[in-house]
Ligand binder design. Sequence first.
Ligand code: AMP
Length: 288
Amino acid sequence: MQVVDRIDAFRKELEAARVAGRTVGLVPTMGYLHDGHASLIRRSAAECDVTAVTVFVNPLQFGANEDLASYPRDLEHDVAVAEGAGAAIVFAPPVQEMYPGDVLTFVHVARVGEGMEGASRPGHFDGVATVVAKLFAIAGPCRAYFGEKDYQQLAVVRRMAADLSFPVDIVGCPIVREPDGLAMSSRNVYLSPDERSAATVLERALRAGADDLGHAREVMAAVVASEPLARLDYAEVVETDHEYRLVIAARLGTTRLIDNLGVAKFFDAGSEASGSISTESRLRRDAD
Ligand code: AMP
């Protein structure tokens, strides 16, 4: 297991692996790794010959009043988790290495990055898209693993990689949760014991919304309102071809948490072959 902090060294390692006929998996993270991150690393290690984990708390994606300075960091622990999950390389560059001077070039993904997190955290997705584009440019052809935990981020990264023709296959991975339902997050360490108990309200709200899809936004808001320690930021339902995705953000004290849950659209037995989807059936069934 190698730990590198220079762009050149990282690029050369991955290039050498490909020249030797090995496939590369990339897992970009901000570190303080937990089992959610480990699930991405294990998936990459199962599907690719060489798995590289990047650990970089990217200043570009934090707003002025956000938690950049206090974001938890523990590289020694991260290296151990990455190795245990099957990574071959950790790339942990200092800020100076990634951004040696003023950053004048940004990647902006329109529409996909607007609303929800994009509205609550102005500039956040420009910072994400810019650093991920940079990591893709450094890493070269690979598969890159991202969690559905950051649902809108995954959509932004997919669109950015497609629009800019990066030779990178984006792989989305399911959310890993604590036994009580709370989605794992490096930010969970900020929570006081009372806030930690209350934080399950996000997942409870999502499940209640999924049980009443026709009123999901109101139901999710009501569940969060019933928890005195929680303040709702937004609760939305995003419709795609194959599912409804319930998306929520809330604050517990000063800690902002996000979560989401997919509800598959109901396929009529007769229409499945043609690929047509009966959303109505699903809504009707839920209303019964
Ligand atoms: P972060 O370090 O928070 O930037 O996350 C790095 C990657 O891990 C992102 O693709 C996240 O979506 C993913 N991730 C974070 N938490 C989880 C989780 N609980 N389950 C699955 N993936 C996660």
